[in-house]
Design a protein around this ligand. Sequence first.
Ligand code: BG6
Length: 487
Amino acid sequence: SEQGCLSIIVLGASGDLAKKKTFPALYHLFDQGFLQSGEVHIFGYARSNLSDDGLRERIRGYLKGAPEDLSEFLQLIKYVSGSYDNGEGFEKLNKEISKYEESNQSGSYRRLFYLALPPSVYPSVCRMIRTYCMNPCKYGIDIIGLFAASHPGWTRVIVEKPFGKDLDSAEELSAQLGELFEEHQLYRIDHYLGKELVQNLLVLRFANRLFLPLWNRDNIDNIQIVFREDFGTEGRGGYFDQYGIIRDIIQNHLLQVFCLVAMEKPVSLKPEHIRDEKVKVLQSVNPIKCEEVVLGQYDGYKDDPTVPDDSNTPTFASVVLRVHNERWEGVPFILKAGKALNSRKAEVRVQFKDVPGDIFKCKKQGRNEFVIRLQPSEAMYMKLTVKKPGLEMATEQSELDLSYGMRYQNVKIPEAYERLILDTIRGDQQHFVRRDELKAAWQIFTPLLHDIDAGKLKAVPYQPGSRGPKEADELSSKVGYVQTHGY
Ligand code: BG6
């Protein structure tokens, strides 16, 4: 049932993710009427000793809204303190949730647990939830597997990456969580799947006749999926250093975008059909070859006292994916991500092949490109060669431009977390990562990551505020990318 009372439990409520992303997303859902007072209650859980008001004040600092709306929203939040590995706190939490559920009397109990926590505590926290905090059973006791007669409603758990550090650790984590929850109860968030233009990718590809015959190795020369940030690891150096840019951005966010760009058409829009196709395309990718990798580390990264002086952790990486199937054989997908670069941008750049028999001799103007800018300023544009207006017959490159800021001036584009939390409440797993998908993703990157961890590949230094190592541009050209005018 999608009706009845809803308890949203944010574990790690005093942490950064909760304050910056989770609570603001909940507030926006509330503000738009998706979470209504009387039907929803929010519980913050963490180790710190805080009062309800103490937590509310912390959250208030991250919300922008009218004071009366804020206080109406903040009143929905209660705080429970306890540790992540013993039962006492979770029993207390369960009591609080039950108290609210009983007062609501709808008879249908929905419990959504959001783990805004470091991954090291996932297994123990999930075990605690499983033992103490499940959607209560009609007849009192809920013994795993033996008693299915629970109240109408559900228990769902949202977890955040990193899901492991390589194939084996990810599989171990999956197995641990898999013992406690069914796959349909687990929502592995990759917030890139909640971005407007990422969600638009399947529509673009499969609802436009124009692209159907073009989207393949006959017409496309190469595809780049690029993430840039114009700031460094700022205060997160200690965390970041254990993971590096490949685990932080490429293996999850960019690979998800890759799946949507490269996968075959799903049988239908059912979440399982879409995820089946994503798994298939991931399985068609070979492990990455070291010759097709460039790693970089910005100067100054190691000044962070929490980063070891001899760290080889990449803050920049460019890797080439090779897809062995009928559609993509021979087309390189260049996935590139970097911190402390010259701009903040995420985009997909599809570069088409040269025109055969070019009578205009306009090669130097560049190839056709279709660019999907995920952020900032969402846009799609197509680079075309046109006649330069005027008396001369000359050509130049111009753009067919669909900028969302212009086209959809009065539409507010929702935040990724808002959408994904709403999907979880609705039980739609389409934009979440399935267990087999995660495994296939780690299979592609694990050999490379092990080589990097063993020091076999070195990160080259680059200047903060630059485009990153020049070797990355050289790699792109080597595999076929032709720099077009103005890029
Ligand atoms: C997170 C990474 O997953 O994504 C961060 O851990 C990164 O390092 C962030 O800054 C980028 O997200 P967005 O939505 O700002 O592009």
